[in-house]
Ligand binder design. Structure first.
Ligand SMILES: *Cc1c(COP(=O)(O)O)cnc(C)c1O
Length: 474
C-alpha cells in the first residue's frame, strides 16, 4: 500500500514513511493510492474476529490492509496495547446501544479522555513509539486543539520516549473539565500553550510552522492533528465494528447502515467515507454540524466557504467550532475523480479565507454515489435532544452527540442509523445542567481532576513567538 498527496506533487510513500509527517510537502493530504476492497468473505471473517477476539484483533486485521509495511505480529501487539481495559472503560471498547425507531448510538468515548479522539490517538501513541524506536529518531509534535484532540494526544504520548508534545489551545475556549484534563498533565515531554485567539488561529500557526521547511527539519516537527493519515485509518475500524454489531445475525444479506456523525474538521466522517469506498455497506453518511455550518452549507449549496476567525461562533458544542474543515480536501479529491491539479488549484489559495463552488452534477454525485447528506443543529436542538433522551430512555449524551441526534431526526432516512457518540457528558457539564437541571455524574476515574495544579504557558497568536518558545525547549 502506497500513499499519495491530494495535490500530486510528492513521491508516493509507504505507511511508515508518512506516519510521522502531517501535511505532505506540497501542502496536500496523504491518501491511499487505492482503497483495499472488503471481499465477499472478509466481513464474515471480521465478524468472527470481533466476536471471538475483540476490538483490538479486528483493528489489527483492518489496519494490516493499510499498514502492510509493519509485520503482522507487531501490528497485533500494537493494537492490543492501544485498545484494552482499563484504558478503555468498556470491555467491548466501542459498544453500541439501540435507542429504538432505527436509531443507534456508537459509543466512541470510553477512552482515557472521554472523547472519540482517543480511538485514533491511543493507536497513534503506540505507532509513534514503535516507529521512532525502529528509526532511533526523535520527534517534536506540534498541534492545535479546540479541546479534545490535544488532551487525547497528550494522554497518548505523555511519558513516551523520543517525543515531545507542544499543544496550542485557544485561550478561554475550552470547558473547565477539558482545561483541567490537559493542563494537569505533569509529564516533562508535554507543553501546553494557551494562544490569544480562536482554534483556527492555532491551526494557522501550526500550518505556518509546517510550511517553514527549515524550522520543520531543524526541530523534527511532527503532527497528530486530524490530518494525520494514521488517525483516519484507526477510525475506519469503528465504522466496521459498529456495522457488524448493528446488523448482527443478518450479516449474510449485507443490509446497508447509515451513520450520522457530529463533525467540524471532517475527520470522523472522512473515515466513514473511506469505509464506504472499501465496500462496507453504508447507505448514507450524514454530516451533522452545529451553528458553524461550513460543511452543511457545502452539501446543501455546493459552495465551500471558509469563514474568518471572527465569524466562528462560540457554541455549546465547542469541539465543532471550526470554520474550515481540514480533512475535507480528502473527500473532494475523491469527488473530483482524484484530479490533483484541480485540488491544488481549489485548496492552494485558501488561506486565510476563501472558497469555491462545485457544479450541480458533482453535488448530485456527492449524494448519490458517496451517500452524503447533511444537517445543522442549534443550541436549542442540542438542549432538547439531551433532555428528551434523558427523560425517555434514561440515557445522557454530550452536546456534540446531541447535534448528531438532532440532525439524524431532521434528515430522517430509513434506519438503522448509527449516531456516533463523540464525548461523555462530563466534559460539557454546563450544557447538560441547562438541559436536565443538574450536572452530569463524574465517572470515578476522573474524580478530583479539577483540583489538580496546572502547567500551561500563554503566548500571542504569533507563529514567531511559538517558534521561539519551542526552540528554547528542544
Ligand atoms: C473532535 C470532536 C468532534 C469533531 O471531530 P471531527 O474531527 O471534526 O470530525 C466532535 N465531537 C467531539 C466531542 C470532538 O472532540
Amino acid at each position: 500500500m502506497r500513499y499519495i498527496s491530494t495535490r500530486g506533487q510528492v513521491q508516493p510513500g509507504h505507511f511508515c514513511e508518512i506516519l510521522l509527517t502531517g501535511l505532505a510537502a506540497d501542502g496536500g493530504l496523504y491518501m491511499p493510492e487505492s482503497y483495499p476492497q472488503i471481499g465477499g468473505q472478509t466481513l464474515k471473517k471480521w465478524a468472527g474476529v470481533l466476536e471471538k477476539e475483540g476490538y483490538a484483533a479486528l483493528a489489527a486485521n483492518v489496519l494490516a490492509l493499510f499498514m502492510d509495511d509493519i509485520p503482522e505480529d507487531d501490528l497485533q501487539a500494537i493494537c492490543q496495547r492501544a485498545y484494552r481495559p482499563p484504558k478503555f472503560s468498556h470491555p467491548e471498547i466501542v459498544p453500541v446501544s439501540d435507542l429504538g425507531e432505527g436509531l443507534w448510538l456508537g459509543h466512541l468515548s470510553n477512552g482515557p479522555t472521554a472523547a472519540f479522539k482517543d480511538m485514533a490517538m491511543q493507536l497513534l501513541g503506540e505507532l509513534f513509539e514503535y516507529e521512532l524506536e525502529r528509526r532511533k529518531a526523535a520527534l517534536n509534535i506540534v498541534g492545535a486543539t479546540s479541546g479534545d484532540t490535544g488532551s487525547a494526544a497528550e494522554y497518548a504520548l505523555a511519558g513516551r520516549k523520543n517525543v515531545r508534545v507542544f499543544m496550542l489551545t485557544p485561550q478561554g475556549r475550552m470547558t473547565p473539565f477539558q482545561r483541567a484534563q490537559m493542563f494537569s498533565i505533569s509529564a516533562d515531554n508535554i507543553f501546553n500553550l494557551a494562544i490569544d485567539g480562536v482554534f483556527d488561529d492555532c491551526q494557522d500557526i501550526v500550518k505556518v510552522l509546517n510550511a517553514d521547511a527549515d524550522f520543520k527539519r531543524k526541530t523534527k516537527l511532527g503532527a497528530v492533528n486530524s490530518i494525520n493519515w494514521a488517525r483516519l485509518a484507526a477510525q475506519i475500524v469503528y465504522y466496521i465494528s459498529c456495522y457488524l454489531k448493528v446488523v448482527g445475525a443478518n450479516l449474510e444479506e449485507k443490509p446497508p447502515v447509515s451513520f450520522c456523525v457530529p463533525t467540524g474538521n471532517f475527520g470522523d466522517i472522512c473515515a466513514g467515507h473511506i469505509a464506504k469506498m472499501m465496500g462496507l455497506p453504508i447507505r448514507h453518511l450524514i454530516v451533522a454540524t452545529n451553528e458553524n455550518n461550513v460543511l452543511e452549507e457545502f452539501f446543501r449549496t455546493g459552495t465551500y466557504r471558509v469563514r474568518a476567525a471572527a465569524e466562528t461562533l462560540k457554541t455549546s458544542s465547542p469541539s465543532m467550532d471550526i470554520s474550515k474543515a481540514s480533512n475535507f480536501e480528502r473527500f473532494v479529491f475523491d469527488l473530483l475523480g482524484r484530479n490533483a491539479a484541480e485540488i491544488a488549484r481549489l485548496f492552494g489559495q485558501m488561506v486565510p479565507e476563501g472558497g469555491f463552488t462545485l457544479p450541480a452534477d458533482l453535488m448530485l454525485r456527492a449524494r448519490e454515489k458517496y451517500g452524503f447528506l447533511a444537517g445543522a443543529a442549534t443550541h436549542q436542538d442540542r438542549v432538547q435532544q439531551i433532555r428528551e433522551l434523558y427523560q425517555q430512555n434514561g440515557v445522557l449524551v454530550d452536546p456534540h452527540t446531541a447535534d448528531g441526534l438532532a440532525v439524524a431526526k431532521k434528515v430522517a432516512v430509513p434506519g438503522p442509523v448509527v449516531v456516533l457518540e463523540t464525548a461523555l457528558p462530563v466534559k460539557f457539564a454546563d450544557t447538560i445542567a441547562e438541559a436536565i437541571g443538574h450536572v452530569p455524574p463524574v465517572p470515578p476515574r476522573f474524580a478530583g481532576i479539577e483540583d489538580l495544579p496546572w502547567r500551561v504557558d500563554q503566548l500571542p497568536a504569533d507563529s514567531d513567538a511559538v517558534k521561539r518558545y519551542m526552540s528554547a525547549r528542544i
